[in-house]
Ligand binder design. Structure first.
Ligand SMILES: Cc1cc2nc3c(=O)[nH]c(=O)nc-3n(C[C@H](O)[C@H](O)[C@H](O)COP(=O)(O)OP(=O)(O)OC[C@H]3O[C@@H](n4cnc5c(N)ncnc54)[C@H](O)[C@@H]3O)c2cc1C
Length: 450
């Protein structure tokens, strides 16, 4: 059953009223339906939900307040829409994820990150207030200090299981039209991490991130906003961003191209083949993005499975982010380089310091964390169980006092999961905001069940 297949485009207040007026309780759990792609990457499907809730119409910017540096925006607006609206006025959200079609609601409940995280924390740290549609149909406004502050602090890492964000008020920062990246190469993890750590204290640096490879080449990219640049590099057709980093010590990009630098290749998931080289060069602009590529790979997989059957080729996703306290960064880097093969593709690294501790994502407020990301398909080592690399990386991350993001799958059992992600507090919140269990639980959404 589909709840509200379409909401008329009557502005935010109109859409919200229509949603409230048309709400009908029904049997079974709800699931979000939207008009843009999902950026979840769970290793197992979840089957059909009883009731599909269409909120795709909540996808617009409401208002930018330049004086207060805030943006009111509907929960399913993509960051592409937000950047297009804010940047011409000289602003950007504090943290903007690197894929264009990630939404503000999805990144808030799903722990969004970027190269500004060393200064501003996660995407959710920029949230000031939200209207949330509770799973039972009631709409509440929550902020850090109102009667629903418990919900506000529990939105990060809740993945829609406590309700859907219909409207968010988020903080903005000033932004300029270009970004100058200075790239430095290191040959050992210790000096690389030392330089990355030092950069987080430099007041004049706007972006800090890194890429590194299994032959122990480590690249640190330090970015600054700029009003003017001597040239503008092309990362849509001519260059692939992660390759350009290995070739140049100075890169100059338009700010949107920098923000979405990994979008045209969906990180590094577009294969290196003559067909794809031509595709990169000549495909219409609307096909050169992660959204198209996500849909294309899903269809290709279906097609191949229909022709040859679903057989285990040993190729599997390793699409995941892990965070460990900074003092354990070198140990995590050594572990991944010694134990995981990415066949020449890069690992991504970021420093993150968050000003507050969300209820369901227990990291220490004010502590520097090292974020390690991997976004590609890997060949499982001979004789190993499915998702071998994910399992060993998860274990190492937890042993080093870290935490992992849940947009991909977890292999923890429910007891271990509740111990790591504050299960007791979640239970209390779930009973309060979803007493009839109209939305699935967090564990049932993220656990690998095959
Ligand atoms: C390959 C890959 C690369 C990624 N790269 C980045 C990156 O560069 N930076 C980054 O920050 N993140 C990244 N992510 C993680 C991504 O931000 C999260 O998966 C995020 O939750 C996706 O949000 P979405 O808007 O695409 O929503 P969806 O994928 O559609 O939904 C994600 C979850 O959030 C829930 N949800 C969606 N909208 C709302 C809402 N309005 N209110 C409440 N719940 C909602 C859904 O029910 C679902 O459980 C990446 C993920 C993948 C798979």
């Amino acid at each position: 059953m589909m709840i509200r297949s379409s909401l008329e485009n009557t502005g935010y207040a109109g859409k919200k009223n229509q949603l409230a007026d048309s709400w009908r309780d029904g049997a079974g759990q709800i699931r979000l339906a939207k008009s843009t792609i999902s950026n979840l990457f769970r290793y197992t499907g979840r089957g059909a939900a009883a009731r599909s809730l269409s909120l795709g119409a909540f996808n617009e910017v409401i208002a930018l307040d330049a004086e207060r540096r805030t943006l009111d925006v509907e929960g399913l607006a993509t960051f592409e829409t937000i950047v297009n609206h804010c940047l011409p006025q000289g602003f950007l959200p504090l943290v903007v994820p690197e894929l264009k079609h990630i939404t503000v609601g999805g990144a808030t409940v799903g722990i969004g990150i970027e190269s500004t995280c060393f200064r501003h924390g996660f995407v959710h740290d920029g949230l000031l207030e939200a209207d949330v549609l509770l799973p039972g149909g009631r709409i509440v406004t929550c902020s850090a200090d109102n009667e629903h502050s418990d919900l506000f602090h529990a939105l990060p890492n809740s993945y829609g299981t406590l309700g859907y964000i219909l409207r968010a008020k988020i903080a903005l920062a000033e932004a300029l039209p270009y970004v100058h990246l200075r790239v430095s190469r290191f040959d050992d993890a210790r000096s690389y991490l030392g330089a990355m750590r030092a950069a987080t204290d430099a007041a004049d640096i706007d972006f800090v991130e890194g890429l590194f490879f299994e032959d122990r080449r480590f690249y640190l990219m330090l970015g600054r906003f700029s009003r003017e640049v001597p040239q503008v590099d092309d990362v849509l057709r001519k260059n692939i961003f992660y390759k350009l980093v290995q070739a140049r010590s100075d890169i100059f990009l338009r700010t949107p191209d920098y923000i979405f630098r990994y979008d045209p290749e969906w990180f590094w998931n577009i294969p290196e083949s003559p067909f794809h080289t031509i595709f990169r060069r000549y495909a219409p602009r609307q096909f050169r993005n992660s959204s198209f590529y996500t849909k294309y790979s899903a269809r290709k997989k279906q097609f191949v499975e229909a022709i040859v059957g679903a057989r285990d080729t040993g190729i599997e996703p390793l699409i995941q982010d892990w965070e460990v306290p900074w003092q354990n960064a070198e140990a995590l880097v050594d572990f991944c380089l010694e134990n995981v093969s990415l066949d020449g593709l890069p690992w991504a690294a970021l420093p993150i310091r968050s000003p507050r501790q969300p209820t369901l994502y227990p990291i220490e407020a004010g502590e520097l964390y090292f974020n390690l990301g991997c976004y590609c398909q890997v060949r499982r080592p001979e004789g190993k169980a499915p998702y071998h690399y994910t399992r060993i990386m998860d274990r190492e991350c937890f042993d080093l006092g870290g935490i992992k993001m849940l947009y991909s799958s977890t292999f923890l059992d429910e007891t271990q999961f509740n111990a790591r992600f504050n299960g007791p507090a979640y239970r209390v919140l779930k009973d309060k905001y979803d007493p009839d269990g109209k939305a699935p639980t967090l564990y049932s959404k993220v656990a690998h069940t095959a």
